[in-house]
Design a protein around this ligand. Structure first.
Ligand code: ZN
Length: 79
């Protein structure tokens, strides 16, 4: 059992790393959570669309900003 545990931990450490969408740091899987929210482009919800925001779950700043973060920020139209 110990052998498998150690193998799993090493595997996690070497392969599961994600980049935080908020601060841009590449973190271990343990410290990165994913929030899934409806995809909204220009204030219009895309049917069936979702986007995944990755953030540091040990950083209150990232956790807070992840709730409002979107890769598809409303673009300002010229009128
Ligand atoms: Zn972060």
């Amino acid at each position: 059992m110990f052998g498998i545990r150690r193998w799993w931990r090493r595997r996690r450490r070497s392969y599961l790393r994600w980049q935080c969408d908020i601060c841009g740091k590449v973190r271990d899987d343990t410290y990165v959570s994913v929030i899934t929210k409806p995809l909204i482009i220009d204030d219009v919800g895309v049917v069936g669309g979702t986007e995944n925001i990755k953030y540091c779950n040990d950083n209150p700043d990232c956790t807070q900003k992840a709730k409002a973060f979107t890769r598809f920020a409303p673009t300002k139209r010229k009128e």
